[in-house]
Ligand binder design. Structure first.
Ligand code: URA
Length: 434
């Protein structure tokens, strides 16, 4: 077999066999297929798509490219949660501690930022000293003792996805249904949890901009998860504006902590409650939605979720004092307000562009080797439907570099559109696929 022929087949819209997909993934993982050939293949997939059968074969080949974790050493039904990626999406930092505080074992493998979207691992590294690379034994020990551990894609879990993820990030080949489904589900299958709850985003800040594409992705992932013997549920949620107000790693950690303190944005809490509900039901800790909701909201009121976050940060080497005093997190040196030159109701926020503004400030990667600045980003002050007057502050930008700040400010222009009439809020949860 030759990679050249497989690229040509996909370029000509032909279906690849299971053996061809396995060969390609194995050889790429070993470093025997160069990035330039894989990049050409990914672009052919982007334009010509993959069939359902190819997507399942790709997922399993990627899951089998490394170890499949056996979590039987952890007591109870293990749950995992994953988002398809959005702007300002800090749900894992909130819902993970909420469900862990209720005794659900959260054994989670998370990713870094991808394209214009952020990643949980980068966000967690905002805690001084925090480490997401740990041995399998330590991972098991933490889940058993404190009910939550989040690891990066370290060790030998889905190494094919690790390489492909980094390559897609810099070759404009992220937003394809089969590539997203196989990337997420290969990791989830390899990470071994019994229950997988997926947050599939749709709208201007998501990879799947159209609702019908998001539903197709959700259905595909649920099919793959159930087929691999994992109880899988997907929530399709709105990403037509950033989630909450903060975008950027340390800034999002602060908003997550505010939410655990009962002072966060309502839609962020609502999404965490919905995701948490299916994690609790899957783990058989709650029997129905109403019971799960009540239990989850109690973890905020009685601060057990906040304390769980502190315990989790400490268990992974981070400074837990930062959970109770966010001034200890990294801070940017330049802080600037962006004021409105228009008046009206916010009609639309070009959320992908907001993610790019954060990237341009240094919060995301331009190349595979880029080091990111965890302190930078922006905090919005106006969301869809809000009334804005000329001169009102729409956002605060946090930067560490004056040149990057100037580029980011230019890019921010035009991200907001206004209407002279009041705007009706859209449905936030679009559907649930079980
Ligand atoms: N999250 C992932 O892990 N992979 C993708 O392709 C997109 C979001």
């Amino acid at each position: 077999m030759r990679m050249y022929d497989l690229i040509m087949k996909k370029r000509n819209s032909e279906e690849l066999s299971k053996e061809e997909i396995e060969y390609m993934i194995q050889e790429y993982t070993k470093g025997l297929i160069p990035d330039y050939q894989m990049a050409a293949f990914l672009m052919a997939v982007y334009f010509n798509k993959m069939t359902d059968k190819e997507t399942v074969d790709l997922t399993m080949a990627m899951a089998n490219s490394g170890d499949i974790l056996d979590l039987s050493a952890i007591n109870g039904i293990k749950v995992d949660k994953h988002s398809t990626g959005g702007v300002g999406d800090k749900t894992s930092l909130v819902v993970g501690p909420m469900v862990a505080a209720l005794g659900v074992p959260v054994a989670k493998m998370s990713g870094r930022g991808l394209g214009h979207t952020g990643g949980t691992i980068d966000k967690l590294e905002s805690f001084p000293g925090f480490s997401t690379s740990m041995s399998e034994e330590q991972f098991f020990k933490n889940v058993n003792s404190i009910k939550i551990a989040i690891t990066g894609q370290t060790g030998n879990l889905a190494p094919a996805d690790k390489k492909l993820y980094a390559l897609r990030d810099v070759t404009a080949t992220v937003d394809n249904l089969s590539l997203i489904a196989s990337s997420i589900m290969s990791k989830k299958i390899a990470a071994g949890a019994d229950v997988i709850v997926l947050d599939v985003k749709t709208g201007s800040g998501a990879f799947m901009k159209k609702e019908e594409d998001a539903f197709a992705l959700a259905k595909e992932m649920v099919k793959i998860g159930d087929g691999a013997g994992r109880k899988t549920v997907a929530i399709v949620s709105d990403m037509d504006q950033p989630l909450g107000y903060a975008v950027g790693n340390a800034l999002e950690v602060i908003e997550a902590i505010d939410t655990l303190n009962g002072k966060g944005p309502s839609e962020l809490l609502e999404l965490c409650v919905i995701l948490g509900t299916y994690m609790l039901i899957g783990a058989e800790i709650a029997t129905n939605e109403a019971q799960a909701r009540k239990m989850l909201l109690e973890t905020i009121e009685n601060k057990t979720a906040l304390n769980k976050l502190a315990e989790f940060v400490e268990a992974q080497g981070g400074d837990k004092a930062a959970v109770f005093n966010t001034d200890l997190l990294l801070r940017a040196s330049i802080i600037e307000e962006i004021t409105s030159s228009e008046e009206g109701y916010v009609e639309h926020i070009e959320s992908e562009e907001i993610g790019i503004v954060s990237m341009l400030l240094g919060g995301g990667r331009e190349t595979k080797e880029s080091k990111i600045d965890l302190a930078v980003g922006l905090v919005l002050h106006k969301k869809v439907g809000d009334k804005v007057n000329i001169g009102d502050s729409i956002a605060t930008i946090y930067a560490n570099d004056a040149v990057k700040l100037a580029t980011a400010k230019k890019r921010f222009n035009g991200t907001y559109t206004f209407s002279q009439k009041p705007i009706e809020k859209k449905l936030f949860i679009k559907g649930i696929i079980k």
